[in-house]
Design a protein around this ligand. Sequence first.
Ligand code: TPP
Ligand code: MG
Length: 676
Amino acid sequence: MLRTEEIPRHRSLGLSDTQIVEMYRLMLLTRRVDDRMFALQRQGRAAFVLGSSGHEAVQVASVFALDKEKDWILPYYRDMGVGLAWGFSPLEVFLAVFAKKDDVSSGGRQLPSHWSDPGRRVFTQSSVIGTQFPHASGIAHGLKLRKEGEIAVVYGGEGATSEGDWHEAMNWAGIHDLPLICVIENNHYAISVPTEEEVAGGVAERAAGYGFPGHKIDGNDAFEVLETMQAAVTRARSGEGPTLIEADTYRYYAHTSDDNDALYRSREEVERWRKKDPLARLKQYLIEHRLLSEAEEARIDDEVVEVLARAVEEAEKAPAPEEPTTRVYARVITPGPAATTPEPAVQGGETINLISAINRTLHEIFEQHDDAILFGQDVARRKGGVFKATEGLTDRFGAERCFNTPIAESSIIGCAIGMSATGFKVLPEIQFADYIHPAFDQIVSEAARVSYRSDGRWNVPIVIRTPYGAGIHGAQYHSQSIESFYAHVPGLKVVVPSTPADVKGLLHSAVEDPDPVMFLEPKKLYRLAKGPYPAGDFRVPLGKAAIRHSGRDLTIIAYGAMAHFSMEAVPLLDELGISAEVVDLRTLKPLDWPTIEESIKKTSRALIIHEDNEFVGYGAEIAAQIADKTFEWLDAPVKRYALPDVPLMPYAGPLENALYPTPESIVERAQELAKY
Ligand SMILES: Cc1ncc(C[n+]2csc(CCOP(=O)(O)OP(=O)(O)O)c2C)c(N)n1
Ligand SMILES: [Mg+2]
């Protein structure tokens, strides 16, 4: 029996009687949504569903500790209770289940239960396990810089804590004492794999390694969840830093509607967990405290059933989406009209090299955009980057705006994505393109897809700068060309400058663009390419190639260092009586096709040059388009001058020299083509 003087648990945690009954209603609603979704799936009316039954306490109670008017959340696919408690309506839930046009999270482009809504500060989710954690750290970082007391909460399963992204994100959060709470719903399985086969040690214990508290709690006890969350919220809001919460729980349905859980767990095990059912426990509490009469319980039950019936009916009738090709980009760039004459020379301006131009432009960007932030390895303070691109930024603009990161490339990009969601212009630097591969997933699965998968409601205005290419005797891991990996991906824009003026014009344009831009810097040209640096406002639009030299006999299509060397080949070709036109693409995605087309119509011969391997390289696409669209104009086969299938570059000077194109070797190829 209760002692009369004892304060009921919900009141001691600051909840009114109405609020605790509301918590129960939301948990019940969550349970019933699940039952309804799985029934629809079995009837063939919904294609695929993900259950949350069993997880209701950790999901719903955790939200009761938050401020829904200002905090940010990143729920994962199992978080129906988080979604409903945060304010997604049953109608919104079923619009996603039926993949309808008005699905607020994705407009029917993403699986159901993948929550998203900028208006309610819910960042869009992919299905890639673990990628949300760096986003959350980036969001929390942005919120910390904004100093308005908001916090971020990210959810995930225990299986996700094995992903590198999780560790990188926790490390980042620990380094910066971020206002972040990470809630791990440990349901003892990652699909079929039991925890002991996937998690060494424990989840909560891992927080100690990152320098902040980790709590293991009974995730089926709504009060324990609320109490732990409240302490974590207080800690986060007061600037003390992150908290990791591992909530022990269990899921009743199979992993998804596609999974057969009988293959990896027994009915007895499920029944054992049902005895600890979070919903039944809260209901029992309410009854014991005379907060839920039989009549009230029946009324809530009926109301939930009716709300769901109406939501299903309305959602099923709602219109289907119709546009599969829109919102790939926040700003679509349609190249054209064609450039047909060389760009006028830049007037005035001091002659400087490419790396100085990058440094100057970054200073200008920081002056013009108060919200510009740059981070990467060794970029800060006096070091100013291994190539000096970021020299002086920390001193001039402060350590909040230009700072060093751990050697963890996935988090560099993932946190940039998250921080940009809070309104910052983020310029992550990857020290060498050869080391961007750990961030491939964050670039192609996340940054590139955010606009499309959120039906255009989120976008990722980040500029990823990285030095790329060979010719500096950097061997195999300081020489790679990476452009074709990224030019292949819808949602990205890919830029390669080759002159100091273009650095200024393109980098400003990239920062002003609302989409993720890969800004690939040909490091061979850092000191080699010199030219005037335009004064004042100067922009080169993305998606616009430059005719560097006008010619009649053939068109050389190149970019980066190869555009530079092609220009050095021009006078040599002139001496041989060959008039070469040089097209410097500058933007690889989107491609300025009209300029190529006009040039081919004039010269009837195409030589495409890049320092990447030829096979499935960027030149293959250009060659295919030329063959396809200008076939009647051609007088010779389309030629590529690119590198053989060798991991680029070998270290020994003679080996690299044998492979790396030079003005002289370009002349040879051009001569052959001109003769054809
Ligand atoms: C990177 C990645 N690998 C594999 C998968 C396939 N997959 C989807 S859910 C899942 C299990 C996740 O388990 P956990 O994090 O414990 O969350 P739970 O589903 O148990 O709530 C796996 C392996 C994926 N989506 N992403
Ligand atoms: Mg799990």
